[in-house]
Design a protein around this ligand. Structure first.
Ligand SMILES: [Fe+2]
Ligand SMILES: [Fe+2]
Length: 245
């Protein structure tokens, strides 16, 4: 049994005496592959389970955090607040990414598309755990609206996946393109001394670029300009609100 002072914060298990670094769990990759083959009702249950885990349970990374081994910089209190706010926005974005992929996978036509989404979602779960861990180190907190970001994004994911798999993969491609642009903007806005957060965002940007490329190669269709603009508008709403709450 865990000691009484052990608990949970920002989606990361807290051990007595301080936050515990995210652990590696290769079994997640196996679970993602299995989930793609489940029948529809089981996938719905798995999607609900994923949502509850993303919002309330410990998120376990399959890969070590890129910040591990990077020296903590000397940040002033205002720089620490700036970094924490940026990482809160990124954490909320990863909550949304989990939900988008989960919604799209639920209604995807082919097992191949579901597998692609499940594999990408596993890496997004790493991003979520890394952001939560860094938020904790900075003394920040996740967005209070995380359940709203998840629920809204899950519905958008279902809508994006209802047409056909080419459109759904095109949605992934465009989402990742916009997220990569956003991450590069955040890298410019991070305090210069915050090398740990920078290491995390740099790796995330690389992963997002790969997700987008993979979706394109799998047959993603270019989305109409109005839809791309709506997606950008939705992302901007999340960024502005999660910066504050
Ligand atoms: Fe991500
Ligand atoms: Fe991604």
């Amino acid at each position: 049994m865990e000691p009484a002072q052990a608990g949970q914060r920002g989606g990361i298990l807290l051990a007595p005496g301080g936050p515990r670094k995210p652990r590696c769990a290769p079994t997640y990759l196996y679970n993602a592959a299995m989930q793609a083959t489940l029948p529809w009702p089981d996938r719905l249950i798995a999607a609900l389970d994923q949502g509850l885990r993303a919002l309330s349970a410990s998120n376990t990374a399959t890969r070590p955090s890129p910040a591990a081994g990077v020296a903590e910089g000397e940040l002033s209190s205002s720089e620490r607040r700036q970094s924490a706010a940026l990482m809160r926005v990124n954490h909320a974005g990863e909550i949304a990414a989990q939900a988008l992929y989960s919604g799209q996978a639920l209604v995807a036509r082919s097992q191949r598309t579901r597998q692609l989404l499940a594999t990408a979602a596993t890496e997004e779960r790493d991003h979520l755990a890394w952001c939560a861990g860094r938020l904790d180190e900075l003394g920040g907190r996740p967005s209070l609206l995380d359940p709203f970001w998840y629920a809204g994004s899950f519905c958008i994911g279902i809508l994006a996946g209802l047409g056909n798999d080419a459109q759904s993969l095109g949605f992934v491609q465009e989402t990742e393109r916009q997220v990569e642009t956003h991450l590069n903007d955040h890298l410019r806005r991070l305090p210069e001394q915050d090398a740990k957060s920078a290491a995390i965002l740099t790796r995330m940007a690389e992963d997002e670029a790969r997700h987008g490329t993979t979706a394109g190669l799998a047959g993603g269709a270019e989305l109409p300009r109005p839809i791309r603009r709506c997606m950008g508008f939705g992302g901007e709403i999340l960024r502005r609100i999660a910066w504050i709450v």
